[in-house]
Design a protein around this ligand. Structure first.
Ligand SMILES: Cc1ncc(COP(=O)(O)O)c(C=O)c1O
Length: 395
């Protein structure tokens, strides 16, 4: 079928929840992908910060193949070997004592919201259920996570939304402290706001949030769906800020493209869930867990995190140089390989021009170019992207 026909069929049969770019990607390897006309692209989107080990990563592919031939799904009525192993690795390498597995980021956040409310119901005095989240945050597209998301554009038209969320400006500790009431049970925050424009808080912000939680007896929920699994150069972004949450959510890169979500918590908080309180038919199934396990093993042993730190710093440096020569670049910011370039103009045309020249990038908030490549990209890949961006921006 021709590319034109495929696109026409897609538009006819698939709901318009995305404004799709008119190419059909059919193959990927490492940091490269190919479209149905055979054109090659360097992929600095990585399925929106998902394929962090690169496309078709050998050990992930092998793990999925092997598990598919052995046992795909049995439900959580039974013990599941790769689930036990993946939970073990996540617990060993994080603050957490317990893990709940699901299938997406929104689901992980739903689980976190439910756990926080259940914990509050059983352990906090009074009727506490409110969770404070941040303006410009993004937590997902289910009703509760849309309600948790501090952006009106995602909520418009879906009222009534679940109650119990309150928003304060990101990176503003006094606004946060003042917003706490006798109904508050927790604070939910992304260590770096990703969809919200790659916004990085002050170095001591998360420590301040932790302190407010400690002083007022609240739960700290970190949404590390985009920042986790090595994206900022450490396995989890909270490690960079010298704090630990009570609850953390993961998804995106956890399966390197296989849908996996997870909600992690300390023993104390996790004990609020007992059998029957929360569940997922598919969550933690053998196939997804085999993928997640292969991802964790690769992240922990292959120098991927070191590469992310090193190449990420180099990328920031090169983009900083680009800014000096190009007045439409207002700001360059990022950590590891979660990088944003804020423009004084809309970014859509730049994204298109880069694509025409074989580079896939993405734009968020209208004017912020977002770079979230696989964590295995090289200095040469960065040089190519910066060269193309320079040409495009000058044009
Ligand atoms: C920080 C954050 N939280 C939650 C989500 C929702 O994840 P999902 O699309 O897997 O439901 C996203 C997705 O972009 C995200 O970036």
């Amino acid at each position: 079928m021709t590319t034109g026909k495929l696109i026409a069929l897609s538009d006819k049969n698939i709901m318009e929840t995305y404004k799709r770019i008119p190419i059909v990607l059919v193959k990927g390897l490492g940091a490269k992908v190919w479209d149905s006309d055979g054109k090659e692209y360097l992929d600095f989107v990585a399925g929106i910060a998902v394929c962090s080990l690169g496309h078709s990563h050998l050990s992930v592919v092998e793990a999925i193949k092997k598990q598919a031939e052995t046992l795909t799904h049995i439900s959580n009525l039974y013990y599941i070997e790769p689930q036990i192993k993946l939970a073990g690795l996540l617990v060993e390498n994080s603050f957490a004592d317990k893990v709940f597995f699901c299938n997406s980021g929104a689901e992980a956040n739903e689980a976190a919201i439910k756990l926080a409310r259940k914990y509050a119901h059983e352990n906090m005095d009074g009727n506490k259920y409110e969770i404070i989240t941040m303006e410009d945050s993004f937590h997902g597209r289910t009703l509760a996570t849309v309600a948790a998301t501090g952006q009106e554009k995602f909520q418009k038209g879906f009222a009534p939304l679940p109650v119990g969320f309150k928003y304060v400006p990101f990176n503003d500790l006094s606004a946060l402290e003042n917003a706490v009431t006798e109904k508050t049970c927790g604070i939910m925050v992304e260590p770096i706001q990703a969809e919200g424009g790659i916004r990085i808080p002050d170095d001591d912000y998360l420590q301040g949030v932790r302190k407010i939680c400690d002083d007022k007896g609240l739960l700290l929920i970190l949404d590390e769906i985009q920042t986790g699994m090595g994206r900022t150069g450490t396995l989890f972004a909270y490690e960079k800020y010298g704090i630990e949450p009570d609850i953390m959510t993961l998804a995106k890169a956890l399966g390197n493209g296989f849908p996996v979500g997870a909600m992690l918590a300390t023993d104390k908080v996790a004990s609020a869930f007992v059998p029957g309180n929360h569940a997922s038919t598919f969550g933690g199934n053998p196939l997804a867990m085999a993928a997640g396990l292969a991802v964790m093993e690769a992240l922990l042993k292959d120098g991927v995190l070191r590469n992310c730190e090193k190449v990420g710093s180099y990328f920031l440096e090169r983009l900083g140089e680009l800014k000096k020569d190009n007045s439409i670049i207002k700001e360059v910011r990022g950590k590891g390989l979660l990088i944003g370039v804020e423009l004084s103009i809309e970014g859509e045309d730049i994204v298109k021009e880069c694509r025409d020249r074989g580079i896939l990038i993405n734009c968020t908030c209208g004017n912020i170019l977002r770079f979230v490549p696989p964590l295995i990209v090289t200095v040469e890949d960065i040089d190519r992207v910066v060269r193309v961006l320079d040409e495009v921006v000058k044009d």
